[in-house]
Design a protein around this ligand. Structure first.
Ligand code: HSE
Length: 332
């Protein structure tokens, strides 16, 4: 597990910084645009003051992203500098990500938070984290993924178009996540287009009660309630048409060892929560793979840890290379 280890947020301006930012799952079933959880899969950004701007994107996940000053990381960094009243016009940016793009694991939220956090670290953390949350949410339009990537843990967040509130709770220690990541991309825009514009009062009550129960269950460690608490009538029934096998998995996964199951964010990844001591972990992984396969979908499974920390800051960019840190060759 990677951690801040007590050197979080040095509050003097720096010339260079590296940040690691966790992936996230949003909604957790019923908490549409509200609940999120940080997961132990990371993207990494190095940001340095430079004489001339250069942007280097490493790894397979970032293919096709612009590397000039239209790059989102560069633009968000400049937005931080403007707000902090600091001028750093030229930046050397390097990014690597293990988070698959457009699959519902918060890759864009992670990049966004990484850009804001790294730039803010260069200023000596002039802006409080709440300001970074506002900036990220104003861009994303919902605070669930960005809140989790920024603060870590489980977040409960609201956004009224101007102001975000976000409360973080620590995930229960027994909780582990298994994701099944289909081999196709699904854009959030497309997954939002299938949603209805109105809901019945009965469905609204259904979701409020499950979402509230889920927060209480996670906060109190009452994991046996998760199955019921992760039920949703707001978005998953409509999105099921976009992910072959999803309807069956939502119905059946708890019979194969999952405590609860949901579409991860806007999908197409699905996330099952499991008691880490369960004897059915392998059975569950097989069930998920077999169900997708029966629908003609290739996919992969990945065990992920809910992580308690959000952005991790590394201020020493000289001693070890960027990729040595990313690949865990060096443990700080
Ligand atoms: N809450 C969002 C959705 C997450 O489900 O559309 C995706 O970014």
């Amino acid at each position: 597990m990677i951690t801040n280890k007590g050197f979080e947020k040095i509050d003097t301006p720096r010339k260079a910084v590296r940040v690691a930012i966790p992936a996230s799952t949003a909604n957790l079933g019923p908490g549409f645009d509200t609940l999120g959880m940080a997961l132990g899969l990371y993207s990494w950004i190095e940001m340095k003051e430079a004489a001339q701007t250069s942007i280097t994107l490493l790894g397979d996940q970032l293919y096709g992203i612009p590397t000039d000053k239209t790059n989102l990381i560069y633009k968000m960094a400049q937005a931080v500098f403007r707000k902090a009243n600091v001028s750093i016009p030229e930046l050397e940016i390097t990014m690597y990500s293990d988070i698959p793009l457009t699959r519902g694991l918060g890759s864009s939220a992670s990049a966004l938070i990484g850009a804001l956090a790294a730039a803010n670290a260069l200023t000596g953390h002039v802006l409080p984290d709440e300001e970074l949350l506002h900036m990220a949410t104003a861009f994303e339009k919902h605070p669930d993924n960005v809140g989790a990537s920024l603060y870590g843990g489980i977040v409960v967040a609201t956004w009224d178009g101007q102001h975000a509130n976000c409360v973080r709770i620590t995930p229960p220690t027994e909780l582990q996540a298994l994701v099944i990541i289909p081999d196709f991309q699904l854009s959030t825009t497309k997954a939002r287009e299938v949603l209805p514009t109105q809901l019945s009062m009965a469905d609204a009550i259904y979701n409020i009660s499950r979402s509230s129960l889920l927060v209480a269950a996670l906060y109190s460690g009452k994991l046996h309630l998760i199955r019921e608490a992760m039920q949703d009538r707001l978005h998953q029934p409509y999105r099921a048409t976009l992910v072959p096998g999803m309807e069956q998995i939502l119905e059946q996964a708890t019979n194969h060892g999952a405590l609860g199951i949901a579409l991860s964010g806007a999908g197409p990844t699905m996330i099952a929560f499991v008691d880490r001591h369960s004897a059915q972990k392998e059975q569950l992984a097989h069930y998920l793979m077999d169900t997708m396969k029966a629908q003609g979908i290739t996919a992969s499974t990945l065990w992920l840890e809910p992580v308690t920390e959000g952005v991790i800051y590394y201020y020493d960019t000289e001693t070890y290379s960027f990729m040595d840190i990313v690949k865990g060759e060096v443990r700080l």
